[in-house]
Design a protein around this ligand. Structure first.
Ligand SMILES: *Cc1c(COP(=O)(O)O)cnc(C)c1O
Length: 384
């Protein structure tokens, strides 16, 4: 389709998210040696700014890996083989906690609930009461495969009321879109990756632990992800291994943009975009896939019956350069996931909705062009 030579690439997938210009330029710094005072200073500055968004007394550690590396680091450093853990599994990423736990020989109680739903808090309490030996609870803050944000505050409070288990939260797609001050919420581990809310390319992961978790680390063998060793070095700006220097350079401008707003305002901004997107979907006659607790980071939308989701994704990508995500596993072809996460503004969202609306029309959906984007504009105007 060379008719569309001027089309720009626009990311609406839940990671990677659009990279702000200043971060893209900063990533071009290639002649950087990491064992220097200049780099150590930058590294410590990045950790300090990250701390604002973790709400942790101690600044998070920066690891060179994708987000899953931080999930593995949490599993390896907080559990021993045969430890009993509870995994909340309501989608593709909940499943990943179960797979990780089993790879590291934990005894797993999995609480599985239907995709699109949020966990039942009484059920969590019941499981913890029935299994007082559970040492840690692993969950997502935002299940990216379904567009559901779990109510972490209430879940953490319910866990705390009946158990001493560690609360380990994968906030890879949640942070920035959702404010999760870990100390205030009494979480023991909060982790995320660089290519989602923080709006830089993939390759860094961030992780913070609570004081009590630091005092009771696992005794299992570990090497690359030895958090105790990282903590000692990173206090002085030194990483155990060669850090992804270009990504650290890239991270700083993005953190500076985000800290201008701070975690509360970032959450409000993303909530506004999410509501506008939900209104657009409904106005186009489509249902949201998430049944409650709609994510601020992305909106999962059910496609009209009989429409081939992969055709829609392809049409939008070729015609408009917009990259949406489809459904995973049994939802393949049935839903579309539109992310409004990271350093994105109102017009970014409106462009995505416009492309989706035109694509839907092209593939035979009957709603009148402009109803979706109109509803989103009304919503944004009303919530200024
Ligand atoms: C993206 C994502 C991951 C995986 O992160 P990678 O960087 O791909 O390893 C894990 N959990 C959630 C909730 C995610 O959104």
């Amino acid at each position: 389709m060379d008719t569309y030579a001027f089309v720009k690439d626009r990311l609406y997938c839940p990671g990677p998210t659009p990279v702000p210009h200043a971060s893209a330029v900063a990533a071009l710094q290639t002649n950087v040696y990491h064992r220097t005072d200049a780099f150590r200073e930058k590294f410590l500055y990045a950790r300090k700014l990250l701390g604002t968004f973790f709400g942790s007394s101690e600044a998070p550690l920066i690891l060179t890996s994708s987000g899953t590396g931080a999930m593995e680091a949490a599993m390896v450093n907080l559990t021993n083989p045969k430890d009993h853990i509870l995994v909340l599994n309501g989608g593709k990423f909940g499943e990943r906690w179960a797979k990780l736990g089993s790879a590291y020989q934990c005894e797993i109680t999995a609480y599985e609930f239907p995709w699109g739903e949020s966990p039942n808090i009484d059920r969590i309490t019941e499981l913890l009461r029935a299994h007082p030996d559970i040492k840690a609870v692993f969950l997502q803050a935002n299940e990216t495969s379904t567009g559901v944000a779990y109510p972490i505050k209430s879940i953490a409070a319910a866990i705390r009321a009946v158990s001493k288990a560690y609360i380990v939260v994968d906030a890879i797609s949640a942070l920035i879109a959702h404010n999760l001050p870990m100390d205030e919420l009494h979480l023991d581990c909060l982790l995320t990756g660089s290519q989602k809310g923080f709006g830089i390319p993939p390759g860094l992961a961030f992780i913070a632990l609570s004081d009590r978790a630091w005092l009771n680390l696992s005794s299992r063998p570990k090497f690359y992800f030895d958090l105790k060793k990282e903590r000692e070095g990173q206090a002085k700006g030194e990483t155990a291994w060669t850090p992804a220097t270009t990504l650290i350079e890239s991270l700083i401008p993005s953190l500076e943009i985000l800290t201008k707003l701070g975690p509360d305002a970032c959450e409000k901004h993303h909530a506004r975009l999410a509501i506008a997107c939900q209104k657009a979907a409904t106005a186009m006659g489509l249902n949201l896939f998430s049944k409650a607790h709609h994510s601020h980071a992305l909106t999962a939308i059910e496609l009209p019956n009989g429409m081939d989701g992969s055709k829609l994704l392809k049409y939008c990508r070729v015609r408009f350069g917009t990259v949406f995500a489809g459904g995973q596993d049994h939802l393949k072809g049935k839903i579309i996931r539109l992310a409004h996460l990271g350093v994105v503004d109102e017009l970014d969202l409106l462009a995505g909705i416009a492309a989706l609306e035109m694509g839907l029309k092209k593939l035979g959906h009957s709603s009148k062009l402009g109803v979706g984007i109109g509803a989103a504009m009304e919503s944004l105007n009303a919530s200024e």
